[in-house]
Ligand binder design. Structure first.
Ligand SMILES: Nc1ncnc2c1ncn2[C@@H]1O[C@H](COP(=O)(O)OP(=O)(O)OP(=O)(O)O)[C@@H](O)[C@H]1O
Ligand SMILES: Nc1ncnc2c1ncn2[C@@H]1O[C@H](COP(=O)(O)OP(=O)(O)OP(=O)(O)O)[C@@H](O)[C@H]1O
Ligand SMILES: [Mg+2]
Ligand SMILES: [Mg+2]
Lengths: 225, 225
């Protein structure tokens, strides 16, 4: 379902080039639960953004369900991002002028759902991450871990086939973090593909496989968790 | 050195009041290394902001070195914040238009240091957190854990007497996280007072005491780590 071939990603800063990915090959099957681990700055978020169709590589190919993503039209890409992929960002990326409920309802608007159904579904997902009493708060009126949970809720509200979670428990105590892992495990049992970046070995052990990345290269892609 | 008496903090959202702290008493001696733990949303960051003179309580008193902080003039407060306290924010709060080096040099400007000395000191601290090769990057051109390390560097560059770190290792792998704890331990051995919010028990065990907070109240303030 997800296959990358020799992905290279360079950033240019003036005359200096920073190579964030140096030839990355990953293959992830439908329904897998994969953890990605590696040192700070090793390229994990960069890889996640390419897999999530939010960024394109400098070189190399990315195939999603057999389709080469670089060949897709902008409109097809937008559809995939909205319907197939749910992304939990490392820095949350919530919309600051919308409250918690509206932030989580947003992905459902493209699904053509009525307002009543969108609100119902968003409330349900927010209840599952323990935020029923924060629906009207804006992101700046939340704690760090509450923002992280809103980001998680927003990523899963649409029931996407693929969930990409970039360090989803970094701001959560072990209780709340455990609740999130339960949610991901349930979704995976229902057939969703989960790809999760984490620095926490306990979290990584929930996955069935750990991909290790170092200096922009896959170090070991097939470690059983 | 730090003493709070029945701190209460309320936030108002329209007609609704959210009580984030419900009568918090803490006493922290000079040179202690204290960890603060508790569930997401329990009031840890709120307490840290009051201790760091960045926010004032709704009720209750806060004494810093015997001085009641609410009695201080704005200019005295600014001086304390800049010289006595180093704050690592949970969401980093780096200045987006300045590069890494300039972000870390900033606190040194009030110390009346020459530019040459400021640059030298900032580079030294950035080397200690492993970011010597990222000095000219802007915050948006860094990984999450690199931003966290810049925030840490900025908080300690001024050698402040009190270091307040709000979840300083949440975005770091265990190697980089261990390096940060080494830095804090060294600073503590040199007499600096360290107050650190963390969700990580391994991190908390570096401290000599753990303060537990729950629903805006101190649950247990004297657990030996
Ligand atoms: N500006 C605000 N307006 C309204 N409520 C707020 C505001 N800021 C924080 N809160 C609420 O106050 C409570 C305490 O927030 P705080 O940031 O101190 O929690 P925390 O213990 O640091 O949590 P975390 O571990 O998730 O970072 C939370 O329930 C939060 O929703
Ligand atoms: N816009 C950019 N311009 C220049 N370099 C960048 C940019 N974004 C990221 N980088 C660099 O690319 C490298 C990989 O970044 P990435 O965010 O993928 O790391 P990461 O593995 O997610 O790290 P962390 O665990 O700290 O989140 C880092 O060294 C970073 O400095
Ligand atoms: Mg990252
Ligand atoms: Mg907090």
């Amino acid at each position: 379902i997800i296959e990358t071939t020799q992905l290279i990603k360079d950033y240019s800063l003036g005359k200096v080039k920073v190579r964030a990915l140096s030839g990355v090959d990953v293959v992830i099957q439908e329904g897998e639960f994969v953890a990605i681990m590696g040192p700070s700055g090793s390229g994990k978020s960069t890889l996640m953004h390419i897999i999530g169709c939010l960024d394109s590589p400098t070189e190399g190919q990315y195939y999603l369900d057999g389709v080469q993503v670089s060949e897709l039209h902008r409109s097809d890409l937008a559809l995939i991002r909205n319907q197939k992929i749910g992304f939990v960002f490392q820095s949350f990326n919530l919309l600051p002028h919308l409250n918690v409920l509206k932030n989580v309802e947003l992905p459902l608007m493209y699904a053509g759902m009525s307002l009543r159904k969108r609100t119902e579904k968003a409330k349900e997902v927010l209840a599952s991450v323990g935020l029923s009493d924060r629906l009207k708060h804006k992101p700046t009126e939340l704690s760090g871990g509450q923002r992280q949970r809103v980001a998680i809720a927003r990523a899963i509200v649409n029931d996407p086939a693929i969930i990409l979670a970039d360090e989803p428990t970094g701001n959560l105590d072990s209780q709340a973090g455990g609740d999130i892992l339960e949610i991901f495990t349930k979704l995976n049992n229902n057939g969703h593909t989960i790809i999760m970046v984490t620095h926490d070995r306990i979290v990584a052990d929930r996955a069935s496989r750990i991909i290790r990345i170092m200096d922009g290269k896959i170090f070991d892609g097939n470690l059983d968790s």
